[in-house]
Write a protein that binds this ligand. Structure first.
Ligand code: ZN
Length: 220
């Protein structure tokens, strides 16, 4: 009985220890996988960028994740992102499944490397999550990305479409007649593994919205 209890404790500790420590657990030559509190160097990089002076989300609500992913070149790359602690475990599990399936994600780099400029990041087909902002027209209501509860995957090939407005603008050629097209790389639709994994983890997909379509976007 004691043995069983010890095993259960060890299992639970192993499941959650990556989420509570301050050190990144690196098992692979590339740096590998991990979820931690935000390291000091990353937190200072975020200041004035994804963490502007107006930011009302606290550091301890956020997590720093390292994931591996297959790129456009078919090789393994190191990715890093910031998200809300509420979805950190979901994202680690989803990215692990995508990695196992060799699902291609071109780039997973901190949006701060693009000056927290959403359009620049999307033009670079960069997958990102947290970027503090209020909802359009509000000074109190925080957007889902502002909370770190939304993520955009391969955004250039899976743009945001509302009427004639397409974001990023260079994603226009991937916006038209998406339902029937087979020539769109890394396309997210209902048959896509990425879509299926996010839905399984309780996320909503922007591609299912009515008045606009945000094909890159998943939120909780
Ligand atoms: Zn989004």
């Amino acid at each position: 009985m004691l043995y069983l209890r010890l095993c259960a404790f060890a299992f639970i500790f192993c499941m959650f220890s990556p989420m509570i420590g301050n050190t990144i657990k690196d098992n692979s030559p590339l740096g590998g996988w991990g979820g931690t509190a935000i390291p000091d160097s990353i937190w200072s990089l975020m200041q004035g960028k994804s963490v502007p002076k107006t930011c009302t989300v606290s550091r301890n609500e956020l997590r720093y994740l390292k994931v591996l992913h297959y790129g456009k070149d078919g090789k393994v790359h190191q990715g890093e992102l910031i998200c809300n602690k509420a979805i950190a475990q979901d994202l680690l599990e989803i990215f692990r499944e995508l990695y196992k399936a060799k699902y291609k994600i071109e780039r997973i780099s901190l949006i701060d490397n693009y000056g927290a400029d959403d359009t620049r990041s999307m033009e670079a087909n960069n997958t990102s999550c947290f970027n503090f902002r209020f909802m359009t027209g509000s000074t109190t209501r925080i957007s889902k990305h502002g909370m770190g509860l939304a993520i955009d995957i391969n955004p250039l090939y899976n743009p945001y479409v509302k009427g004639n407005k397409i974001d990023p603008p260079s994603g226009a050629r991937y916006a038209k007649n998406r339902d029937t097209r087979k020539d769109i790389p890394m396309k997210i639709d209902r048959n896509d593994l990425c879509y299926k994994l996010f839905i399984k983890h309780g996320f909503k997909w922007g591609g299912a919205w009515k008045s606009s379509k945000d094909y890159q976007h998943f939120e909780k």
